[in-house]
Design a protein around this ligand. Structure first.
Ligand code: ADP
Ligand code: MG
Length: 254
């Protein structure tokens, strides 16, 4: 079966172990959410999957439809079909959004395939309308001077244009007011389907009111400590994370 499979991933930053034997499987076509308290390693997971150089994968596997991506360069990982939207997207001065997406798509062309500018702009404008992004944005530098909400919408626009097989969205809801949250959620929901597996990382439950996940995983201290359905997110919203910590401590001491 097609899936994003993370097996026994151990990741350290500056010799401190952050991810501890982390395992998770997201089948294509499903939306899985990871929730967890701050500092638990959620962004570390996203950055490790992207091949970020600061994150040392000491052991474990990440398989994209069976293909090992551990050890690949970030652009190679991206071309393999994994898209990552970061909690704090970087600014790329001097590179317009349109050119940035165009370059990424050009890099994905098969031998002999030609890039069609008219088709590209037609699709870009359609997706921008869907995400309620003003046309003037195409010529602005990537993320430079963008508000939190604009950055998030811009990331979803990139995802919509690149059409990855799997997407990891790290705190796509942070910094969004409720209207922007609904627009982003609507965009993600429109992309949902049998050809895309989504891993949604979030601290708060409210995003999951708009993007209802197939499964919810609770992460604590570098690993998944509980998995369930959407009702698990509601329990976390009403009861907080304390009970998860207690259960995790009880399991760890056995
Ligand atoms: P979360 O996204 O769940 O809030 P993070 O993955 O950002 O958690 O952080 C997990 C732990 O790793 C924290 O203790 C944090 O201080 C540490 N950490 C994250 N990134 C770095 C970094 N680049 N350098 C040093 N420590 C880091
Ligand atoms: Mg984070």
């Amino acid at each position: 079966m097609s899936k994003l499979e993370i097996k026994g991933l151990n990741v350290s930053i500056n010799e401190t172990q952050i991810l501890k034997d982390f395992s998770l499987s997201v089948p294509k076509g499903e939306v899985h959410a990871i929730m967890g308290p701050n500092g638990t390693g959620k962004s570390t997971l996203a950055k490790s999957l992207a091949g970020h150089e600061d994150y040392e994968i000491t052991s474990g596997e990440v398989l994209l439809d069976g293909e090992q991506i551990v050890g690949m360069e970030p652009d190679e990982i991206s071309r393999s079909g994994l898209f990552l939207a970061f909690q704090y997207p970087s600014e790329i001065p001097g590179v317009s959004i349109a050119n940035f997406i165009r370059a990424a798509l050009t890099a994905r062309l098969e031998e002999g395939e030609k890039f069609s500018a008219p088709a590209f702009y037609k699709e870009l404008y359609e997706k921008m309308d869907l995400l309620k992004i003003d046309r003037s944005f195409t010529s602005r530098s990537v993320n430079e001077g963008f508000s939190g909400g604009e950055k998030k919408r811009c990331e979803i626009l990139q995802m919509a244009m690149l059409k990855p097989e799997y997407a990891v969205l790290d705190e796509t809801d942070s910094g969004l007011d409720i209207d922007a949250l609904k627009i982003v959620a609507d965009g993600v929901n429109k992309m949902r389907g049998p050809d895309l597996g989504i891993l949604l990382i979030t601290h708060y439950q409210r995003l999951l009111n708009y993007i209802v996940p197939d499964k919810v995983h609770v992460m604590f201290d570098g690993r998944i400590v509980k998995s369930g359905g959407p009702e698990l997110a509601e329990k976390l919203e009403s009861e907080g994370y304390d009970w998860v910590k207690e259960e995790s401590a009880a399991t760890a001491s056995v």
